[in-house]
Design a protein around this ligand. Structure first.
Ligand SMILES: C[S@@+](CC[C@H](N)C(=O)[O-])C[C@H]1O[C@@H](n2cnc3c(N)ncnc32)[C@H](O)[C@@H]1O
Length: 254
């Protein structure tokens, strides 16, 4: 039987690795490193550095995987994501069947925690229900960018007994701030969706969390949003890519 690990590797700092993740890394014969294009080469490099640093128990191979192209011009966003997901599913089936020998172990290294905005668990669940390839899989949790953001700003993610919503920039822009949540975490925001928010909120923003390029800004949204936009643009121009996450917290009435 082949075994596949999905190992959460944290959000950018190799020190985010848990002891459980390091134990799993040392069982692996082949690592799949997904390359999502030039701007993500640095993220692939972090994955390789993690293998070099922590997977020391036995020899292993690294298989670089090109992420299938996604049609970002398709106005039917859901359809474009679904066909990209299907292409990925077939690609991963091939990898598991042809790159992992029977009785051996492969691993996908998931950025942050694999449960959050990552398609790998949906894909493996689908593949596991097929008759081939036959494999078992295990998930090792990781430190998500959301936890790193909260830690860096030294904030809790909820009011006492309150609720937290996690959403995307796209949804925030189209539907506004979700009702009934004091705290809203926003991920995958390529277009500064916080500028569409008219509610009186504080923002806790972080980019490149856990890396040497980390940027943190916090304050009343209406006071700091231009500064965030400016710094975000400058950083993106300098590096060619950006990953940022933020929390919006409703301000209490005095
Ligand atoms: C595809 S999702 C993957 C999230 C990941 N599974 C996690 O647990 O953090 C990518 C989004 O996560 C957030 N993100 C991931 N790493 C980050 C980092 N180091 N700094 C800031 N945001 C990050 C950004 O919102 C980015 O658009």
């Amino acid at each position: 039987m082949r075994k596949v690990f999905v190992i959460g590797i944290g959000a950018g700092d190799p020190d985010h690795l848990t002891v459980q993740a390091i134990k799993a890394l040392n069982e692996v014969d082949v690592f799949f490193v997904v390359d999502k294009g030039d701007e993500k080469a640095e993220l692939a490099a972090v994955r390789k550095e993690i293998c070099r640093r922590y997977a020391t128990a036995k020899p292993y191979r690294i298989v670089e995987v090109d992420d299938p192209a996604r049609d970002r011009t398709d106005p039917a966003y859901g359809d474009a994501v679904r066909s990209w997901h299907d292409a990925r599913t077939e690609q991963y089936a091939e990898l598991i069947e042809h790159e992992i020998d029977d009785g051996k172990c492969g691993a996908f290294l998931a950025w942050g925690d694999p449960s959050l905005y990552d398609s790998i668990l949906r894909i493996l669940c689908e593949l596991a229900s097929r008759s081939t390839p036959v494999f078992e899989y295990e998930v090792v949790p990781g430190i998500s960018s959301v936890q790193v953001l909260a830690a860096k700003h030294r904030i809790p993610l909820n009011e006492i007994a309150g609720s937290v919503a996690i959403t995307t920039g796209r949804r925030l822009a189209s539907s506004g701030l979700p009702e009934d949540f004091d705290h809203v975490v926003v991920m995958l925001d390529g277009n500064c969706a916080f500028t569409t928010v008219t509610d009186d909120v504080d923002i806790y923003w972080g980019a490149y969390l856990g890396t040497d390029d980390e940027i943190l800004v916090s304050g009343r949204l209406r006071d700091v949003q231009s500064d965030i936009q400016r710094r975000r643009q400058r950083a993106r121009d300098a590096k060619g890519w950006i990953m940022d996450t933020y929390v919006l917290r409703r301000r209490r009435l005095p």
